[in-house]
Design a protein around this ligand. Sequence first.
Ligand code: SF4
Length: 357
Amino acid sequence: MLNSLIYNRLYTWYEINHRILPWRETEDPYFIWLSEIILQQTRVAQGMEYYLRFIARWPKVEDLAAADEAEVLREWQGLGYYSRARNLHKASQMIVSSQKSQVESGEQSAYSFPKTFDEIRALPGIGDYTAGAIASFAYNLPYPAMDGNVYRVVARLLDIDEPFDTTAGKKRFHKEIELLLDRANPRLFNSAIMEFGALYCTPVLGDACETCPLNEICLGHLHNTAELLPVRKPRPKVRDRWFTYHIYVQVKKENEAYTLIQRRENPKDIWYHLYEFPYEEHADEPTTEMTNAQSPMTHIVHVLSHQKIHARFIVHRVQKMPEIPGTMLIRWDDLDDYALSRLTLRALDTMRSILPR
Ligand code: SF4
């Protein structure tokens, strides 16, 4: 009874207010998957551009599987959290290799995206939320899709002050959303509650509750706790790291400039397989004597979810390139062909007036 009331009010609101988003206008699971991975930790406006580029360049899962990882990372450049791109690529290859023999023998006419929640959930880079989103949006299967917006709406509707990001909290919220889910219309339910959280029941409420279609039954509103919800567990301490990057510039004849770059090779560290200028990491904040005062330099503080990178970029104009193991010599103009870390892009932008064009 209460659920039917929530569905009626929510769907009416959704009908009038929802945004037209290309990934909500399709039932193609591959497109929905791309959009969901791109939109993790990314705003819709920024993600849209990447989504359109990805589907234009790799319109089918087998196209993405056939791409080089470097190309995928290059296309992902600027979005951050590069493990998402690597997993996307790896998952596409797993899908293709598991169906290759059936497609080649003609037993199956084309490659297809997995169709059950468990098969989708088993792909790299896919957690419960993304599996639920693909299963419901593409196949209308009755699985919830709990993103941050949905946690907020559920916490407020039911006045839950337990942190939603602990194991026990996740279990509790999952149980509640299972009870709330509209099993007859999971696609519509998930779309509507997510959009309602994204556009209406937002972190800062203002006077939204006064005219909210759910205010008569929203316990957070009735108990005056809505603005305090949802509750998170205390954040882990952010780790400070200090890097000194060296931008070597060698200008050869006809004004052709060269530089050295290297690829990050530690899969457990940040920016795995992205390219940067050679650097050293310091155990502590470096002293100023470590810098050659004659060289142009810039400082950038780059904040990631659990790390704060304090970076210094020093430009060295050289006649002869130093020999640094693990680096490669490239033409300056070819820098664009490599997937560079966001920090490197920021440095190039900040120092553009003193770097080759
Ligand atoms: S009444 Fe307020 S807190 Fe409750 S669902 Fe509506 S906007 Fe959110």
